[in-house]
Design a protein around this ligand. Structure first.
Ligand SMILES: *Cc1c(COP(=O)(O)O)cnc(C)c1O
Length: 578
């Protein structure tokens, strides 16, 4: 049975006792800040911080709950000058630092399901602290020492999970997924247009950068940074209904480029879009590229970079025994995972990949890795050696010193990522990721039961659940209403209907004000059908992202109860139209 049909079945969305047992074991060992397992959390200050944060109270009520909170906060905000005297640490566990550490946005709170952000795991924090202590500078192996080796083996581990040849693959940890995507663009630019290194973008010849309309905004902001003419030299490919890149449109545009000898340095794809978990067909795109490059005799193929910032942890399931199902994952989620695995198996066709450990990998900020199928690609990025006069030339060849965008690079993310993978292993990651996906599917299942909710692209089996709520008296079938809204780029009545429904949902969202679950409002939870000249309209809605290991079914049930009650109270007296 297809995953979408399974979503409607209660029996396919149960919590198996065996799974629960494994889940609780992983939570106890890796997400509880328990000094019994992690003595580094023994410190009194740290204990008081973590204890305070074990709560479901709303973020905005935290200051009141904290002893002298408002007064301390006022002191903090007026503390704008370095004082003359020394503060000896033995007399001064700093109250203000503690205040902020305790009260900054609480991602441990089981109700926190905003966006693709999560609390770091215990081993992630532990590893990061060890990295902080050693403080290697990853710019260059003489300044990082053997931490350089830690980066190399960590990259090899992930390369193997993806299915790359670990002896040929390479990569660097860098400052966030945005920077990883910047590397992705740069690989293509420097390979296709080597002169751009000295002469800039306009020097060489005509080119077009290709990405998808479903991509993260960094897909665009990076281009401006690189000096790409964003309006005239960037082609954004249309997306299909499930927010994945439209291969026909891509082929059409590639042909148009190659026909007039216009270079295409980079094609940027996404596996797991931020809001709707669209997974692009990486293999399909690479095969299309290869076929057209052969046909048009293109000497340097477009570099295919895949932004897997959010989606990458699905690779922990590539070898999962789906028939034996040793973790006892429920049917709906098992099927969803199986479908995702088929797509993520094709990650290995990409030339490079963005991987954010600090999102669904449960490692502290920032711990992003750009993974490269062919380590030789770094050669194209090398800057002229005379720029590097103060480094030992003999060692330079062993590192990516001359190819990195940064100079100083932190090693903290490497330690955090290594440690999280070491302790949790494939099975620990599988357990926590399956838990998140079971939560997401349970939420979808419950929303479907409500009767006045539309679940956005339920077949996209990621942690994000996008939905729209409708006035139950105005709309009898949310699917019909949503289908009508999808025509809003060509039909004025449909547009007005969409705006009316959005206002109704938005009002309910605002009135609820962070109750039950802390969700987000998104201005583009879905995209209308295309009108002439590929025009489209974004349709707003709400989303909950289930990356939080602490969120459980009772929290989702409570949230749904609130939604149902508010929907009824706010329903109009009008008679149903749709
Ligand atoms: C978060 C995200 C990014 C940006 O990564 P940062 O680590 O926040 O810089 C890029 N692409 C996708 C799909 C993302 O979800």
């Amino acid at each position: 049975m297809k995953n979408q049909d399974l979503l409607g079945l209660s029996s396919a969305n149960i919590l198996n006792a065996e799974f629960e047992k494994k889940y609780h074991d992983v939570i106890a060992h890796f997400f509880s800040r328990n000094p019994k397992y992690w003595p580094i959390f023994q410190d009194k200050t740290i204990q008081s911080i973590t204890q305070f944060r074990k709560t479901t109270t709303n973020d905005k009520d935290q200051l009141q709950r904290y002893s002298n909170g408002p007064e301390l906060f006022e002191r903090l905000m007026s503390d704008t000058q370095v004082q003359q005297h020394i503060n000896y640490p033995e007399n001064d566990p700093n109250e203000l630092l503690m205040l902020v550490s305790t009260l900054c946005k609480n991602w441990e709170n089981p109700l926190a399901v905003e966006n693709v952000i999560a609390m770091p795991s215990d081993p992630g924090v532990y590893g990061s602290i060890l990295g902080l202590m050693g403080n290697p500078n990853m710019v260059y192996c003489e300044y990082s020492g053997i931490a350089d080796g830690l980066e190399k083996v960590t990259i090899k581990k992930v390369a193997k999970l993806v299915g790359y040849d670990p002896e040929v693959a390479s990569g660097v940890f860098t400052q966030g997924g945005t920077m990883c995507n910047l590397y992705g663009y740069l690989f293509g630019l420097r390979k296709s247009m080597p002169n751009s290194k000295h002469l800039g973008m306009a020097a060489d010849q005509d080119y077009r950068i290709i990405n998808s309309q479903g991509g993260h905004y960094s897909n665009m902001t990076n281009l401006a940074l690189l000096g790409v003419d964003v309006d005239n030299k960037t082609i954004r490919i249309k997306v299909a209904e499930d927010n994945t890149i439209d291969l026909d449109h891509l082929e059409h545009e590639l042909r148009a480029c190659f026909t007039v000898k216009c270079k295409v340095p980079t094609i940027m794809l996404t596996t797991g879009t931020t809001d709707t978990f669209g997974v692009d067909d990486v293999k399909g795109v690479c095969e299309l590229r290869d076929r057209l490059c052969e046909e048009f005799e293109i000497p340097v193929k477009p570099h295919v970079h895949v932004d897997a910032a959010v989606g990458w942890p699905i690779i922990f399931f590539l070898e999962y025994d789906f028939s034996g199902n040793p973790l006892a994952i429920n049917d709906a989620t098992l099927e969803g995972l199986r479908e995702n695995v088929e797509k993520f198996k094709h990650l290995k066709y990409a030339d490079s990949i963005t991987i954010d450990f600090h999102k669904w990998g449960y490692v502290p900020y920032t711990s992003s890795m750009v993974l490269v199928k062919n380590g030789n690609d770094f050669v194209a990025l090398e800057n002229d050696p005379e720029n590097f006069t103060y480094f030992e030339h003999e060692l330079e060849g062993q590192t990516h010193l001359q190819s990195t965008i940064e100079c100083t690079r932190s090693g903290v993310g490497i330690f955090g990522a290594y440690s999280a993978m070491h302790y949790m292993g494939v099975e620990g990651y599988q357990t926590i990721i399956a838990h998140c996906l079971q939560n997401a599917n349970y939420m979808r299942h419950q929303l479907l039961e409500m009767g006045n909710a539309k679940v956005i692209v339920p077949q996209n089996q990621g942690p994000s659940v996008g939905f729209k709520l409708y006035d139950p008296n105005l709309v009898k079938d949310p699917n019909v209403a949503f289908d009508l809204e999808l025509t809003c780029s060509t039909d004025k009545d449909a547009y007005d209907f969409m705006v009316h429904n959005t206002q109704w949902h938005r009002k309910l969202f605002l009135q609820r004000g962070r109750e039950g679950l802390f969700t987000n409002w998104v201005d583009s939870i879905a995209c209308s059908k295309y009108a002439k000249n590929n025009r489209y309209v974004y349709i707003p809605g709400e989303k909950a992202v289930f990356m939080n290991p602490n969120t459980e079914r009772a929290h989702i049930d409570n949230f749904l109860k609130i939604l149902t009650k508010m929907s009824q109270n706010q329903s109009s007296k009008k008679v149903a139209k749709i």
